[in-house]
Design a protein around this ligand. Structure first.
Ligand code: SAM
Length: 248
C-alpha cells in the first residue's frame, strides 16, 4: 500500500468509500503522473501531495454518495451507467469517480489537446477500461448525434458559471438522466441566475446541497438536476453564445 495516500484513505473512510490496495496504487500513480506532467504543461495550480489528495481526489469523490442514493430510486442501470465529464481538465471529477466505480462507462471531454494527451496517458497507466477520452467543445458535441441525449450522468467541476454550464451539460443527458455540477463559494447567487435556464433546458433541480470534503475547511455545494423532459433542439447554441449571452 502506498502510504503517501494516507489523507485520501482516511477521507474515503469518512465518505463511506472502501478503497482496495489496487485503487490506492492507482491514485498514487495518478498523483505521480500529474506532478510530472505539470512540470511541462499547465494542468493544475495544485500538484502537491496534500492538495491533490484533498482538493482534487476527495473533492471529486464527495458527490458519489449523493448520486448513488438518487440512482437507487431511479430506473437507471447502476452497473452499466454511462457518464461524461465535461471540461475534465486533468481528470476531475471523472477519473477519481471511475477509480472507485470501475464498472462506470465514462467519457472524458476537454477542449484542450494537451490535457487530452495527459488523460489518455493516465487511463493507459492505470489500466482503466471503459473510458473514452475525447477532444472537443461541449457546445459542439452537445449537438452531435453521438453524444446528445446519450448519458445517464453528466458531471462537471470548475468549467463555467452555472447559467452557462447548464447549457453545456443538459443536452448530453438522456431523458430521465442526471446532471451533477460541483460548485464552490458564491454558488447560491449563480444558482438563482440559472434556475430559468435549467427549466428551459428540460431539467428539474433535485438537490442543491452543501457537502463536506474530508480534511478541507472550504465551502462546497453540489447541484443535482434530473432531466424529465428532452432539451429543445436549439440548445446548446453555437458561436460562444452560452458564455457570451447566458440563458435566463
Ligand atoms: N474539471 C477540471 C477540474 O475541476 O479540475 C478542470 C477545470 S479547468 C478550470 C476547465 C476545463 O474546462 C479546461 O480544461 C478547459 O479546457 C475546459 N473547457 C472549458 N470550456 C469548455 C468547453 N466549452 N468545451 C470543452 N471543454 C471546455
Amino acid at each position: 500500500m502506498d502510504l503517501r495516500m494516507d489523507l485520501l484513505v482516511s477521507g474515503c473512510e469518512e465518505l463511506g468509500i472502501p478503497l482496495s490496495e489496487r485503487q490506492v496504487e492507482q491514485f498514487a500513480t495518478y498523483f505521480d503522473l500529474l506532478a510530472e506532467w505539470n512540470q511541462k504543461i499547465n494542468l493544475t495550480a495544485i500538484d502537491d501531495l496534500m492538495g491533490v489528495q484533498t482538493k482534487h481526489f476527495l473533492d471529486s469523490l464527495v458527490g458519489l454518495s449523493l448520486i448513488r442514493e438518487e440512482l437507487k430510486n431511479s430506473a437507471l442501470p447502476l452497473a452499466r451507467l454511462r457518464a461524461i465529464d465535461v471540461g475534465s481538465g486533468a481528470g476531475f471529477p471523472g477519473l477519481p469517480l471511475k477509480i472507485v466505480w470501475p464498472e462506470l462507462r465514462l467519457v472524458l471531454l476537454d477542449g484542450t489537446g494537451k490535457k487530452v494527451r495527459f488523460l489518455e496517458e493516465v487511463v493507459s497507466a492505470l489500466k482503466l477500461t471503459g473510458v473514452d477520452v475525447v477532444q472537443g467543445r461541449a457546445e459542439e458535441l452537445g449537438q452531435s448525434e453521438l453524444y446528445r441525449d446519450q448519458f445517464d450522468l453528466v458531471v462537471a467541476r470548475a468549467v463555467a458559471r452555472l447559467d452557462t454550464l447548464v447549457e453545456y451539460l443538459l443536452p448530453f443527458a438522456r431523458q430521465r438522466g442526471y446532471v451533477m455540477a460541483y460548485k464552490g463559494p458564491g454558488a447560491g447567487e449563480e444558482f438563482m441566475e440559472a434556475r430559468k435556464a435549467i427549466d428551459l433546458l428540460g431539467g428539474e433541480v433535485v438537490r442543491f446541497a452543501p457537502v463536506t470534503v474530508p480534511h478541507l475547511d472550504e465551502e462546497r455545494r453540489i447541484l443535482l438536476i434530473k432531466k424529465p423532459r428532452r432539451t429543445p433542439p436549439q440548445y446548446p447554441r453555437g458561436q460562444g453564445l452560452p458564455r457570451k449571452s447566458p440563458l435566463g
